[in-house]
Every structure is written in structure tokens, then in C-alpha cells.
Design a protein around this ligand. Structure first.
Ligand code: CP3
Length: 344
């Protein structure tokens, strides 16, 4: 057993030498080497050029003892060949040129075959597997249908989710058709990533926390369930991360995933009781606590590890993505503290 495969072992709830750790958004703007490369290339160019995506994926691993690599890409990548024009603006995030709000908008979208339409993602995965050479496993990912639909319908990020909820309540047929098309796209996208060599996949349901449990059950659960069911044929661990979803956690678990991602708003020990012993949990360090002095960071790492009690199946992570202004030394201190305090 390679030590560095402790992440895969934890995903399968096997014994580990210490708790594995990685960070959501670990490939990104808090690293000066990322910012330097980004000055020369647009964000889409970086996502679409396998050599650049590979380089950015590897950057954080050169600095820190991270136990998994996550492919550098974006959840919005497959929406472009589906038919959406998406641009990134500095400080504003992604913007969808013509939001999808009616049946006729929907007619311009199509389900994609990922190998045909985003081959650069699969190419990056193949190169990464060679470059990583068994040192750490590679995580592939996709946005979940509701999160992706929110971008398409809102036209970008949102505070109130007024347009997507209005579509849901006033025009459920269009909503369900859209979710159906996105789900089929996600299944093609994740299957292709696994076939190309992704050893674990994570489904990001970043915006689903805006829904109440009854709406989750009716409008979201069937689609996430369908995705996990479709991926059952692949013997790779699946992580299901739903952000701000402590009130939905039992439903998230029922939808699927071997590992349930937790944000920092919930108590890890109590959440794991709901998740149950058959699955692992990932999380849940508050990303903004990385701005605290290192002794405070270490204390907070210890607190999470104490809640997990070195049970098999804990993967340490942030509760959400690392912020671009995070001091690198603090992130590194968190990672080192996880390994130090959790050594078996
Ligand atoms: O985790 C990783 O390191 C892998 C790469 C990754 C990125 N985005 C790179 C990125 C992953 C897994 C994502 C997922 C993603 N993208 C999510 C789900 C995760 C989450 O945070 O809940 C979401 C909601 C998106 C959509 C998205 N992409 C937004 C809102 C933004 C803008 C953010 C901002 O603050 O401007 C992006 C752009 C993006 N994705 C960047 C990176 C490194 C920054 C782009 C830049 O260099 O300007």
C-alpha cells in the first residue's frame, strides 16, 4: 500500500496511517504561480488547454502535502457545448449571456456526449494520471443539476434564486425538462472522466441549500439519485457535497454518494450520526478560519479530528472553497496539523 493512497483508502473506509486531506479550490488564485499563468491566459483557455489544466492541477501539490489532486476545470465547462454562452468577468464571476427561462430558450439546449464535446477534459485527466504516477489519486468532478440549472436560469450567481424558483413553481414542465437534460449531461461527463482515469468523483451541489426539504424532494432528489444510480457500474468512490444543506442531509444521503461532504455550519459528529456508519464524511474546516493565527488553526483542526475520532472514512477538507486571499503558509499549517494530530 502506498501511503499517498490514504485518500482512496479513506474513501473506502479502510484503515489509514493518518487522515487524508485536500482542499476544495486548491488549484487557484491564492497561489502566485496560478495568478502568473492566469495573466497570460483567459480562464476558459486554461480550462480548455490540457497542458495548462495539468500544470495548475499540480501546483498546490508541489507546495503542500495534499493527499489528492483535483482536476483543474470548472463546473460550467459542459454547459457551453450544451448551448450556453458563458463568460467570466473579473470580480463578477460567470455570466450566462442568454439565461434559460422559457420553453423556447430550452429548445436551444442539447444533451452532450462529453467525449465528443469536451475531449480536453479527458485529455488532461490522462496526462495527469501519468504525471501523478501513483503519488496521489486524481479527483474528477461535476456540478449537480440544480446548481448548474441555477447558473443557466439566473444567468450567473444569485442571492435570492428568484428566477430558478419561479421557473420551478410557475413552469415545472420546463424546469423538469432542463434538469433532465443536465442530468444526462452530468452522467456522460462523469462517466467519461472515470473512463479517462479519474479515481474518485465529486458532485458539487453548491447552491441547493436555498431549497426547503419538500422542494428538494420533488425537484432535486430524483435527478441526483439518477446520477448516482447511473454511476453505480463504476467501482470508484463518489463524493456528494451539498453546500448549506444541513437541513437536507438525510435526503442528500438518500440521493447517493459513498462520502458525504459537509460544510462548516454543521457539527461533524452529529452529521455523521445522520449519514450513518455505511458512509464516510468529508469536511469541514471553516475556510475563513485560515486567516487566523496558526495556533488557532491548529486548535480548530484538532477540534474537527476529535469529532471524527479517527473513525475510518473521514476525509479532512474545508467546508467550502479556499478564498483567493488565503495565506499559503496557513493552508500548509492546516494540512500538516491534520497529518500530525491524526497519526494512528
Ligand atoms: O477545486 C479545485 O481546485 C478544482 C477546480 C475548480 C474550479 N471551480 C476552479 C475555478 C472547481 C472544482 C470549481 C467548481 C466550481 N465552479 C463550483 C463549485 C464549487 C463551489 O465553490 O461550490 C462553482 C460554484 C463554480 C462556478 C465558478 N467558477 C465561480 C462562481 C467562479 C468565480 C469565482 C470568483 O470568485 O470569481 C468560477 C471561476 C473559477 N473556477 C476560478 C477557479 C480557479 C477563478 C477563475 C479566475 O482565475 O479568475
Amino acid at each position: 500500500m502506498e501511503n499517498n493512497y490514504r485518500f482512496l483508502r479513506a474513501c473506502r473506509r479502510q484503515d489509514v496511517d493518518c487522515t487524508p486531506v485536500w482542499m476544495m479550490r486548491q488549484a487557484g488564485r491564492y497561489l502566485p504561480e496560478y495568478r502568473k499563468l492566469r495573466k497570460k491566459h483567459s480562464f476558459w483557455e486554461m480550462c480548455r488547454t490540457p497542458e495548462l489544466a495539468v500544470e495548475v492541477t499540480l501546483q498546490p501539490l508541489r507546495r503542500m502535502e495534499i493527499d489528492a489532486a483535483i482536476l483543474f476545470s470548472d463546473i460550467l465547462v459542459p454547459l457551453v457545448p450544451m448551448g450556453a454562452a458563458i463568460e467570466f468577468f473579473e470580480g463578477k464571476g460567470p455570466v450566462v449571456e442568454k439565461p434559460i427561462r422559457t420553453a423556447s430558450d430550452l429548445a436551444n439546449l442539447k444533451v452532450i456526449d462529453a467525449n465528443e464535446t469536451v475531449p480536453f477534459v479527458m485529455e488532461a485527466i490522462k496526462i495527469l494520471r501519468r504525471e501523478l504516477d501513483g503519488k496521489v489519486p486524481l479527483i474528477g468532478f461535476s456540478g449537480a443539476p440544480f446548481t448548474l440549472a441555477s447558473y443557466l436560469v439566473e444567468g450567473g450567481g444569485s442571492k435570492q434564486y428568484q428566477h430558478i424558483k419561479t421557473l420551478m413553481y410557475a413552469n415545472p414542465e420546463v424546469f423538469h425538462k432542463l434538469m433532465d437534460m443536465i442530468s444526462d449531461t452530468v452522467i456522460s461527463y462523469l462517466s467519461a472522466q472515470i473512463e479517462a482515469g479519474a479515481q474518485v468523483v465529486q458532485l458539487f451541489d453548491s447552491w441547493v441549500g436555498c431549497l426547503g426539504p419538500l422542494d428538494y424532494q420533488e425537484y432535486v432528489y430524483p435527478y441526483n439519485r439518477k446520477i448516482f444510480a447511473a454511476l453505480e457500474t463504476y467501482d470508484v468512490p463518489k463524493i456528494h457535497f451539498a453546500n448549506q444543506a444541513s437541513t437536507l442531509i438525510d435526503q442528500v444521503v438518500a440521493a447517493g454518494g459513498d462520502i458525504i461532504g459537509l460544510d462548516w455550519r454543521q457539527d461533524l459528529k452529529k452529521a455523521w450520526d445522520i449519514v450513518g456508519p455505511e458512509r464516510g464524511v468529508q469536511g469541514n474546516f471553516e475556510p475563513i478560519a485560515l486567516f487566523a493565527p496558526i495556533p488557532e488553526i491548529r486548535k480548530r483542526v484538532k477540534r474537527i479530528l476529535d469529532q471524527a475520532e479517527n473513525r475510518n472514512g473521514h476525509i479532512f477538507n474545508l467546508g467550502h472553497g479556499i478564498l483567493p486571499t488565503t495565506p499559503i503558509d496557513n493552508a500548509k499549517a492546516m494540512i500538516d496539523a491534520v497529518h500530525e494530530f491524526s497519526a494512528r
